[in-house]
Design a protein around this ligand. Structure first.
Ligand SMILES: [Zn+2]
Length: 375
């Protein structure tokens, strides 16, 4: 084992350990976080990049310069454009996360998780996903020459399934989203494969945090507002990791407003906030075109509630009509995204209409996934 110095910390029992191939959660059943000391503060750019990509933040990721990233594994993920919503430079800014190797922001997390799997000597990775994470893990596993299996729920977009299979992944359709996760975990536990989970692996959030690092670098400061989609919360937890580091370093701009958006058809986080609960109760997924955030029982739900409390974040829900309207708003302005990716804009529009948000200046909205992958 030769990873720089990442230390896993159990969220349940606080035990500390080094990563290895087979342990995807603590012996006590708790989920792992990375010790904040495992990666440096977001204060400077690395001179490391081989290509224009998120690896310019390599010194803030849990890898030393001697390690196998970026030359072998990178496919230019990250480094996405930040544009204004309209040519007259008014209103929110959009970060075009769909301009990435496999067409979604999940590439940021996938490249880090697969790099860790490579470093640990894994020969097989297993993932479960409703689509974009599976395509990203499949692509980076292919790039790394590591076998890959992906467990997906029934009804996953045929285009995403074709993409996973094209990368050589073995795809298993396994009932509900929760069934897919259970089947992946069962396989990992039986075979000793590396669990390349975008939910359980804390390394995934090391990748997604580069989204916020790029925004802050481009603007020269933290924006006043991030509007983020929330299903499993992979982007929220990455952004929070950056904000926590900024706050720890005493930066005054470390507390932007966080506006978090769920689909009203599947909103366990919004429900918990409404009830004032500190744990998330599973809900029934009523079905939504925003399939990428339709997570009925988010495994890190309680952690998301902690972030919401820490940053006094607002959670808003949007229905499919609002998502479709936002999607069309984007498309007629040249940005073609999948429905899930339009949900944050729908949330921002609803927040403006209800008076929750006044000016939308200094507001950053990710466009998380490409419209060309939607069913
Ligand atoms: Zn533990």
């Amino acid at each position: 084992m030769d990873i720089a110095d990442p230390i896993l910390v159990c969220r349940a029992c606080a035990s500390r350990s080094r990563p290895d191939v087979v342990r995807w959660r603590c012996e006590c059943g708790g989920m792992f976080d990375l010790d904040p000391g495992s990666s440096a503060l977001p204060t400077r750019r690395s001179s490391a990049p081989a290509v224009a990509s998120m690896w310019r933040y390599a010194d803030q990721l849990p890898f030393g310069p001697e390690h196998v990233w970026p030359g072998r594994l990178t496919m230019g993920e990250g480094g996405t454009p930040l544009i204004f919503g309209s040519p007259d430079d008014a209103g929110p800014m959009f970060k075009l996360e769909y301009v990435s190797t496999t067409g979604s922001f999940k590439d940021r997390g996938a490249v880090v998780v697969v790099a860790v799997a490579m470093e640990l000597g894994a020969t097989e990775v297993v993932a479960d996903s409703s689509g974009n994470a599976g395509t990203a893990i499949a692509a980076y596993a292919a790039r790394a020459g590591i076998r890959c299996s992906v467990f997906v729920p029934d009804g996953t977009s045929p285009k995403k399934l074709r993409q996973m299979r094209a990368h050589g992944a073995i795809v298993h359709e396994a009932g509900t989203r929760e069934d897919a996760a259970a089947a992946a975990i069962d396989t990992v536990d039986r075979t000793g494969a590396f669990y390349a989970s975008h939910v359980y692996s804390p390394f995934f959030f090391e990748g997604t945090k580069t989204f916020a690092l790029e925004v802050i670098d481009e603007l020269g400061r933290c924006p006043e507002r991030f509007v983020l989609p929330v299903g499993n919360g992979t982007l929220v937890l990455g952004v929070a990791r950056v904000l926590d580091a900024l706050a720890a370093s005493g930066r005054s701009d470390a507390r932007p407003q966080l506006l978090l958006v769920q689909s009203s058809a599947c909103a366990p986080i919004a429900d918990a906030v409404r009830r004032g609960a500190t744990t998330v109760a599973p809900v029934r997924n009523e079905g939504t075109i925003a399939e990428g955030i339709a997570i009925a029982a988010p495994a890190r739900g309680d952690q998301l509630l902690e972030v919401i409390r820490r940053y006094d974040a607002t959670v808003i829900t949007v229905d499919d009509d609002a998502v479709a309207t936002a999607s069309q708003w984007l498309a007629v302005r040249g940005t073609y995204v999948e429905p899930t990716a339009a949900a944050p804009l729908a949330g921002l529009q609803a927040a403006v209409e209800s008076g929750l948000v006044g000016s939308t200046e200094s507001t950053v909205v990710p466009l998380s996934g490409s419209g060309s992958k939607a069913a």
